[in-house]
Design a protein around this ligand. Structure first.
Ligand code: ZN
Ligand code: ZN
Ligand code: ZN
Length: 248
């Protein structure tokens, strides 16, 4: 937190140094013939910190981008994906719901409505409206509608993995989409209730109902120190941290 002197903001534990929420899905397909032109590296959200995250974690490819929603912390790094356009010599498909697409078009008007023709240092993107499950890299991606306050946003499920950031309620119709999830990444902002994010106890209720093998809390604020909070969480539940790598 800018200007904060609390124990977590001053912590020397690298797991307390948190940039904005985003994940990268790297798809490895045991059938080599299918890998060639398929999406192998799928980024979820283009956070404000995308450039620093890409440098810190040696990100070399982005074949597709999924957007959960259009809040600033999830989209404001979009301009930096133009480096991947250059390296990959092509446009990057972006998947989002209709509202997020409209917001991206407005927020990044210079990208989607360039006055001087294409090229000239702007990202090359193709926007794809998500209205149901879609296929990427040989896998089925299932959008999971979530409530983030009054706003509907998207979580994503792939196989037995689900990424549900920025939410404080799972609508009745979305619970069946999450049946059988074994690795869950879920919003848990802090202990105190919040109007648009799950608290830790609310997130634990979701974990109890879905019963995944393991759950990782994300979108954590500075109320939650990594080590102290993890020590109090039940077995199989922990806080995520920048650079965490999971195999699913
Ligand atoms: Zn602080
Ligand atoms: Zn949000
Ligand atoms: Zn957010």
């Amino acid at each position: 937190m800018i200007g904060c002197q609390c124990d977590v903001c001053r912590s020397t534990d690298p797991r307390d140094r948190r940039t904005r929420p985003s994940i990268l899905l790297e798809i490895s397909d045991p059938r080599p013939s299918r890998v060639a032109e398929a999406a192998r590296s799928v980024l979820v959200d283009t956070s404000t910190d995308l450039r620093a995250q890409a440098l810190a974690h040696d990100l070399r490819r982005v074949d597709a981008i999924l957007f959960t929603h259009s809040h600033a912390d999830h989209v404001m790094g979009l301009d930096d994906v133009r480096r991947f356009n250059v390296m990959q010599k092509g446009a990057i498909p972006c998947y989002a719901d209709a509202r997020t697409i409209a917001d991206l078009r407005r927020t990044f008007d210079y990208v989607f409505n360039p006055s001087s023709g294409p090229g000239g240092g702007i990202p090359q993107l193709s926007l794809c409206a998500v209205a149901g499950p879609f296929s990427l890299g040989g896998l089925e991606f299932i959008p999971v509608p979530l409530l983030h306050g009054a706003r509907e946003i998207l979580g994503f499920r792939v196989g037995t993995f689900a990424y549900l950031t920025d939410c404080n309620r799972i609508p009745d119709s979305s619970w069946p989409l999450l049946e059988g999830v074994r690795t869950l990444v879920l919003d848990a902002l802090r202990h105190k209730p919040h109007p648009t994010h799950f608290s830790v106890s609310e997130a634990l209720d979701v974990v109890a109902r879905l019963a995944p093998d393991r759950a990782y809390f994300t979108h954590i604020c500075h109320d939650l120190g990594h080590a102290a909070t993890c020590a109090r969480l039940p077995a199989g539940v922990e806080l995520a941290y920048d650079g965490l790598v999971l195999s699913v």
